[in-house]
Design a binder for this molecule. Structure first.
Ligand code: NDP
Length: 241
């Protein structure tokens, strides 16, 4: 049997598309998210899949789910830290509670997942952690201060873990996508930030990235031999500035 792939945020958007790619290639998977009904609908025809309700900010819950899947399918060979949240707003009036939730999910969630699988990967000298960052992890966008902070954090921590574990043959990868229309924007509470986003989207003819292309990219990166690490891919709609 192929090795275990763990995907966080599999209930929608990029995570759901990534799950489809790995299922099509016969990988056993642990699919995580808080809305398991959505994952169950996605995976109803998948073979070798375990679905667990996990909030990535809850270390104990996250670890229990991974150990349960590993007892059935063997050690995790790929963890896709994809779960994330984007709450837009400017610093002068966005709620600090939104910053907290976003930083917890986008940064603590990635750190939690990384620690849960990293020791085994280092010991086995085999394994891959792929973190879903964003172009907002490399450049700034108005109304995105806290989100940008979280994704610059993902870039920084990913590259640090890569350097620390390179000698142990562990790959740490990042994908930095541009705008894609998933459920991400549905959580935004700022009307003016949404208006600004929609105006910006028109500058690229309203055409954003298809999540399927992000999923294909993830699969391509993982499929390289273990001794090859595609450290980072930036992928965006051609017309995005
Ligand atoms: P979606 O909102 O469609 O998906 C987000 C996923 O994250 C959902 O499955 C959600 O599941 C999960 N999630 C959110 N919070 C938690 C949590 N606390 N614990 C567990 N799971 C959680 O958005 P995308 O698919 O677009 O986003 C996926 C990743 O891609 C994110 O990291 C995002 O920042 C990044 N990204 C997205 C871009 C875009 O334009 N769409 C561009 C660049 C990066 P549930 O609610 O069921 O828990």
């Amino acid at each position: 049997m192929k090795p275990l792939v763990v995907i966080t945020g599999a209930s929608s958007g990029f995570g759901a598309e990534i799950a489809k790619q790995f299922n099509a290639d016969g990988f056993p998977m642990l699919l995580l998210g808080r809305r398991t009904d959505k994952i169950e609908a996605l995976a109803k025809d998948f073979d070798n899949v375990m679905i667990e309700s996990v909030d990535v900010t809850d270390y104990a819950q996250f670890e229990t789910a991974i150990r349960k899947a590993e007892a059935k399918y063997g050690k995790t060979d790929l963890l896709v830290n994809n779960a994330g949240l984007m709450l837009l707003g400017n610093v002068q009036n966005q709620s600090p509670a939104e910053w907290q939730t976003m930083l917890n999910t986008n940064v603590m969630g990635v750190l939690n997942g990384t620690q849960i699988v990293l020791n085994d990967m280092r010991e086995r000298e085999h394994g891959t952690i792929l973190n879903m960052s964003s172009l907002a992890g490399k450049k700034t966008f108005v109304n995105h201060a806290a989100y940008v902070a979280s994704k610059f954090g993902v870039h920084g921590l990913s590259e640090t873990v890569r350097e620390e574990s390179a000698a142990k043959n562990v790959r740490v990868m990042m994908v930095a996508p541009g705008a894609a229309e998933t459920e991400l924007l549905t959580h935004v509470t700022s009307d003016s930030a949404l208006t600004d986003y929609n105006a910006w989207k028109e500058t690229m003819g309203g055409l954003t990235l298809d999540p399927k292309h992000v999923a294909e990219t993830v699969k391509f990166m993982y499929d390289m031999p273990q001794e090859v690490n595609i450290r980072e891919v930036d992928i965006a709609a051609t017309k995005q500035d």
